[in-house]
Write a protein that binds this ligand. Structure first.
Ligand code: C2O
Length: 331
């Protein structure tokens, strides 16, 4: 049964068949029942490699803010004009919903929280979301922005997402979201990040344990969850950011996750004491597992974990180097 399969994942996940969405799930995507098989992801070297910039840097450019807002405006318009288009805002939210909350849609083997699929799955999701946004504004150079809530200089809730008239705004947020920066003291923040990034020096600790273990990595269960809880409404049902099924309805979700993704990228580059530390899981069951997404042309695409382990060549992005002030200072 599906349940046993989860407890002993011996083979890589093949990727769900989107037509088999569990009855009664609130997450099912609209999928044409035309028998189309997913095409395999291939890296697209024609996409220019560009840096994803921090909110602090990127949002100083009014040109970038305009473009980002326009991309989300178009994504919302598409939802309105063609609710079944997988590139519309609501369908994009459902892609996240499909893969979360205890297997609401395709069974628990496709739950990408609280296990080792958390980081690679969200990297895939961001990649396709970014390609769709780029297509919306007709700029292949377009990149997501990251909200570097881990550092003293970047932790403030990005102002461009806070203007009620902007497509980047979401009214389902904690009314006090501008107080985020005051949530923890600087010393507590640095201590937390040190524990969840620097001290989490094995992939079991940082990325989490295999499917079925219910042991997410420290970056997920620590800062990642804390930001969701702080941005979402503080009362049930905690929409949007505070509720995994709804979180991706808020554009700030993607700026938040770009930072989680960046911290994985940073983690792998931290100096290591031994070669066995700070590496990704070597397991075939992890590396060869697949998930499916719609790309910027609404083509169903199957992508594996190993496709996303190298961001620059394969996914065509790097990250701006920003201060990681939680790093222990070198003696
Ligand atoms: Cu899929 Cu921040 O959660």
């Amino acid at each position: 049964s599906a349940h046993l399969h989860v407890l002993s994942q011996r083979v890589p996940l093949p990727g769900p068949d989107l037509r088999q969405c569990l009855k009664g799930s609130p997450c099912c995507l609209q999928v044409p029942d035309d028998g189309t098989e997913a095409v395999k992801f291939e890296r697209n070297a024609s996409i220019p490699v560009r840096e994803r910039l921090s909110a602090k840097t990127a949002l100083q450019s009014s040109e970038y803010v305009k473009k980002l807002a326009m991309a989300y405006r178009k994504m919302r318009e598409l939802q309105h004009n063609d609710p079944e288009d997988p590139r519309g805002m609501e369908q994009q939210r459902l892609v996240h919903c499909v893969y979360c909350s205890g297997g609401l849609a395709y069974g628990r083997e496709y739950d990408v929280h609280n296990n080792w699929f958390f980081l690679p799955w969200h990297r895939m999701y961001l990649y396709f979301h970014e390609r769709i946004l780029a297509a919306m504004v007709g700029d292949p150079d377009f990149r997501l922005v990251f909200w570097s809530w881990d550092s003293r200089s970047g932790r403030e809730f990005p102002a461009a997402f806070r203007r009620p008239s902007s497509p980047l705004f979401d009214r389902n947020r904690n009314d006090n979201d501008w107080n985020l920066r005051a949530l923890v003291s600087n010393a507590t923040r640095r201590e937390m990040l040190r524990t969840t990034i620097v001290d989490a020096d094995t992939h079991e600790l940082f990325l989490g344990r295999p499917l079925g273990s219910e042991q997410g990595g420290l970056i997920e269960t620590g800062s990642h969850n804390a930001i969701h809880a702080a941005v979402g409404r503080q009362t049930p049902p905690f929409h949007n950011m505070g509720n995994l099924s709804w979180a991706a309805a808020d554009p700030v979700f993607f700026a938040h996750h770009a930072n989680v993704d960046r911290l994985w990228w940073v983690w792998l580059r931290l100096p290591t004491a031994t070669t066995t530390r700070r590496c990704n899981p070597p397991d075939h069951t992890w590396r060869c597992s697949r998930f499916v997404f719609y790309d910027e042309n609404a083509v169903l695409t199957s992508i594996s974990v190993k496709d996303v382990l190298e961001t620059e060549q394969n996914l065509r992005y790097t990250y701006e180097d920003v201060e990681n002030d939680w790093l222990p200072s070198r003696e």
